[in-house]
Design a protein around this ligand. Sequence first.
Ligand SMILES: C[S@@+](CC[C@H](N)C(=O)[O-])C[C@H]1O[C@@H](n2cnc3c(N)ncnc32)[C@H](O)[C@@H]1O
Length: 375
Amino acid sequence: MPRFFAMTSRGLVDVLADELKEIGMERVLKAPGGCFFDSNWAGCYRANLRLRTATRVVLPILDFPAYKPDELYNNIRKHDFTKYIGADATMAVDAVVKDCGLFKDQRFVAMKIKDAVVDQFREKFDVRPDVDAKNPDLQIVVRAMSNRFAVSIDTTGEPMFKRGYRTGVVPAHLKEHVAAGLVKMSEWKKDRTIVDPMCGSGTILIEAALMALEVAPGTLRRRFAFQRLTGFQKAEWERELEAAIAEEKEELPFKFYGYDVDREAIKIARENARKAGVDDVIEFERTAFETLDAPAEKGIMIVNPPFGERLLEKNEAIEVYKNLAFLLKQKFKGWEAYVLSGDPELSKAMKLKATRKFPVYNGTIECRLLKYEMF
Ligand SMILES: C[S@@+](CC[C@H](N)C(=O)[O-])C[C@H]1O[C@@H](n2cnc3c(N)ncnc32)[C@H](O)[C@@H]1O
């Protein structure tokens, strides 16, 4: 049975491992940057279709040390790449190289690997696949560290956080898989309302609504790299897709509520929710959170307040965090709140005691998701 690797961002490996087990994957093994799992190809299709916190699923094929260009070339030549695509197809190599001695230029590494693959095709068929860096049929993923080369075949294509519902962005929006990760960490059981009082483009609530309605995120795009590989099992893919669609719910016994002071953000959030097919279950309103009342007796707040990277902005951000603490104490008794903070100075300003702290990365910023129980 093939062994795949699902990639994710730092801080999300634990939730990704849980997700993989939930969708029936075996021998799930956590590693830096993601999780290995065993599955047949139908399971790979399912992973691409259903995982919410992964960015990509790849099929690892080679792992070898190389110190000289010839060693790199020869190791790639040993593997038969002609089984993945026809000679008339296109290919590309995505190489990221760190601390690899002679291999200082990752473009050189990518070129050497491309040459080794192309030469195989030329020898066997007398024709070679073309390179298409933007939209290849076969994407070879190379991650090299300290002269150890890990080579994989991409099965995803566009990263999985590109669900296809984003019509616009606000500054500092969350990536979809990170927003889904925050919702998963919150221990929400899909049974209560969620409020995001600074919702921006609505990512947290749209991801939560997709979860509550059991909509597999991949059903929104339906295009993946595995569909272009030789041996693609169309009937298995259609079976996986139909099974996922059959689980979708039409209605929920509660709603989600998103607020933002920025008119444009609310417009974008509404459009994104409509495109994702969850606009019936989310109410967005343009309001400053300082004026809010809790929309239900009990529920969960998940929020990603402004970070305030520059000095003036930072002072404003401190005010935002203080006001958020005031709101929680005054208006959200009985609620749980999860606040994403990229700066301990900001969360300290809340003067509330967090009952749990989850490390998570928002892009390159190291953050904490802090849990507050307002009982
Ligand atoms: C970091 S962004 C949230 C991004 C969002 N999670 C997303 O994925 O699009 C912070 C948001 O807080 C909003 N905001 C700032 N002060 C606010 C206030 N007093 N009331 C409501 N929203 C506010 C900003 O307009 C901005 O959209």
